[in-house]
Design a protein around this ligand. Structure first.
Ligand SMILES: [Mg+2]
Length: 156
């Protein structure tokens, strides 16, 4: 998988409408969606720290409060998917307004996640690298390819 490297090549972040139709002319494979390189997680941490400092809100932003706030935002994401049945990749049929609402709520989750990690002194980008290395060991591609079994079913 090239997920860690961010896709097959050219980024087409930005215009959501281009994702489903963009093709690589050489291979005729659909281009995988990629993110913009910025802001980084550290950029997000710093911007949120400035936001809270300017409002004197750090007195409220203890780890447990941030966790509960993040879970609340996950609920707001869930509301957007509620009662729709299964939703296909790329969210066909969603309006621009619904897509923007989703972008807002996912951002709220991300912002609280990053601040929670900061307040818990977890260096999140590096922690992600360590955890993904562990995931690779737990789920060797050669053993689990195309299977959704839990890792305990692969022992031996
Ligand atoms: Mg929200």
């Amino acid at each position: 998988s090239n997920q860690l490297l961010g896709g097959t090549g050219k980024s087409d972040h930005g215009a959501a409408s281009s994702h489903s139709t963009a093709h690589n002319s050489k291979t005729e494979q659909p281009q995988r969606f990629t993110f913009s390189p910025e802001p980084t997680m550290e950029d997000i941490r710093r911007m949120q720290a400035e936001f809270t400092d300017e409002r004197d809100w750090n007195q409220f932003h203890q780890p447990r409060n941030l966790l509960l706030a993040m879970v609340g935002e996950v609920g707001e994401v869930s509301e957007l998917f509620q009662w729709r049945g299964e939703v296909a990749e790329g969210l066909p049929g969603w309006t621009e307004s619904e897509r923007e609402q989703l972008a807002h709520e996912l951002s709220d989750v991300m912002i609280y996640l990053v601040e929670l990690a900061e307040k818990c002194r977890v260096d999140l980008p590096q922690a992600v690298l360590r955890k993904m290395a562990l995931n690779k060991l737990k789920y060797p591609a050669s053993k689990v390819h195309g299977s959704a079994k839990k890792y305990t079913e692969y022992k031996d």
